[in-house]
Ligand binder design. Structure first.
Ligand code: NAP
Length: 279
């Protein structure tokens, strides 16, 4: 089965299962293994790669460069500008540094990593200049809560936001109360980061029980739970090739009503608004 897609507000279809890169590029001895893992993921159809200038101070973007060498056109490349760089000119310069590190001429989706002190209007102007120059194809945000999204929408051009990358997994369901429905009503996809909670949730007995019923692993259940939701994209990070294969196979896992009820009782949905969590 090919990886299903969801539509950006601009209409472009992007894969709902991608690959993260946080902590890649930290250790020179691991870089070849990390880029091999990303290439394996590309071979399996996980063509969305998420990175950021912050990760390993640009080191993760260098790992991505090795992974996409010779196959740039297969990839939907996401990177992020640090809030401290997100003035109009700073955004442009940060993007140009990222492009050099990734040895490419364009980023498909460029995100503001979180809200900082530079006004949204300036960051959006930087994004628009980058789009005019063909250096980015779309822009979006990360770690913005509902109030921040509403502020963004008020600035000129702010309505062109294409995605919000948020901490979202079975153990972090706060956005379900009102925020996720709001984003989806606006047609803005949620890119779920840390979809297996960096591995911390995998020992949970109730999660394991659901996995056992299907002959699957807890990570696959956690991913399948996200992937069945409309407008949600999951970006697990895996340097281990066995994990890469396992994550891809999560797309074949169908959770039934009984599974979903077990997961809801183990990881209850929110009953009231909660402040946005981030890592
Ligand atoms: N916008 C933001 O602020 C933000 C914040 C955090 C993360 N992110 C993005 O989201 C991506 C994913 O989040 P994350 O890296 O924090 O956490 P994650 O994807 O939830 O977990 C990654 C960890 O889980 C392990 N793993 C992966 N697949 C597994 C499997 N099938 N079974 C068991 N363990 C497995 C990985 O090990 P191995 O590497 O050894 O395979 C790694 O230690 C990041 O890499 C980054 O691109 C964005």
């Amino acid at each position: 089965m090919s990886v299903p897609t969801t539509a950006l507000p601009a209409g472009e279809a992007i894969s709902i299962l991608g690959q993260g890169t946080w902590y890649m590029g930290e250790d020179d001895r691991e870089r070849a293994r990390e880029s091999d893992a990303l290439r394996l993921g590309l071979d399996l159809g996980m063509t969305l790669i998420d990175t950021a200038e912050m990760y390993a101070d640009g080191g993760a973007e260098e790992v991505v460069a090795d992974a996409i060498e010779g196959r740039r056109d297969e990839v939907f490349l996401v990177s992020k500008v640090l809030p401290s760089n997100a003035s109009r000119q700073g955004t442009i310069e940060a993007c140009e540094r990222s492009l050099r590190r990734m040895r490419t001429d364009r980023i498909d989706l460029y995100l503001l990593h979180w809200r900082g002190s530079h006004p949204f209007a300036e960051t959006v102007e930087g994004f628009e200049a980058l789009m005019r120059d063909g250096k980015i194809r779309h822009w979006g945000v990360s770690n913005l809560d509902l109030a921040a999204m509403k502020d963004l929408m008020k600035v000129p051009g702010g309505g062109a936001v294409q995605a919000n990358q948020l901490l979202y997994n079975l153990t972090r369901r706060g956005i379900e109360f009102a925020f996720k429905p709001w984003c989806l009503r606006q047609g803005i996809p949620i890119m779920a980061y840390s979809p297996i909670e960096r591995g911390r949730m995998l020992r949970d007995a109730r999660l394991r029980a659901v996995a056992e019923r299907h002959g699957a692993t807890p990570a696959q259940v956690a991913l399948a739970w996200l992937l069945r939701q409309k407008g949600v994209i999951a970006i697990p990070k895996a340097s281990n090739p066995a994990h890469v294969r396992e994550n891809r196979a999560a797309l074949d896992l169908r959770l039934d009503e009984h599974d979903l009820a077990t997961l809801d009782s183990a990881f209850p949905p929110p009953r009231m608004p909660r402040p946005l969590e981030m890592l």
